[in-house]
Design a protein around this ligand. Structure first.
Ligand code: 4NP
Length: 157
């Protein structure tokens, strides 16, 4: 199973989801079964490491953020089984990029997998220009969604 987390810049929300999911997968001993990557729909930060504010907030929870930002590419729709978008704007951008219906069906809102969020607002708010607390909020939302996502992925085998 191959999972791709996608946000706008690939420096805040999706690297956070990638780090959170890597730890959950490691805790369950599923590293060999689940591949994880992240990307952005925008290209401004390509090559950059995760935002320091995200990295520090994650480190306080014992989570390591790594990698260099990259843009989503057409081959991602072939390579990955599920493409998890941080918010509805990202879903729309990904659906527009997807080459066909099969590819579009792989695109889901990350927080759809948070069992506690049913019916509510399913966006992970963009923390980049917001207050410092936004980075902890991203972690709270992403941790809940990734736990649900892993349960579902593990159940699928
Ligand atoms: P992300 O946050 O999509 O969670 O990585 C952002 C990072 C950078 C920008 C916007 C959002 N930006 O406009 O540069």
């Amino acid at each position: 199973m191959k999972l791709l987390f996608v946000c706008l810049g690939n420096i805040c929300r999706s690297p956070t989801a990638e780090g959170v999911m890597r730890r959950l997968v490691r805790e369950r001993g599923l590293e060999d079964a689940i591949t994880i990557d992240s990307a952005g729909t925008g290209g401004w930060h390509v090559g950059a490491p995760p935002d320091e504010r995200s990295t520090r907030a994650a480190a306080r929870r014992g989570i390591t953020l790594e990698g260099a930002a990259r843009k989503v590419r057409a081959s991602d729709f072939d390579e990955f089984d599920l493409i998890l978008a941080a918010d509805r704007e990202i879903v729309a951008a990904l659906r527009a990029l997807a080459p066909d219906d099969e590819a579009r069906a792989k695109v889901r809102l990350l927080r759809e997998f948070d069992p506690a969020s049913a019916g509510g607002d399913l966006d992970v708010p963009d923390p980049y220009y917001g207050a410092a607390g936004g980075f902890d909020e991203v972690l709270d939302l992403v941790e809940a969604a990734c736990a649900g996502l892993l349960d579902e992925v593990a159940a699928r085998g």
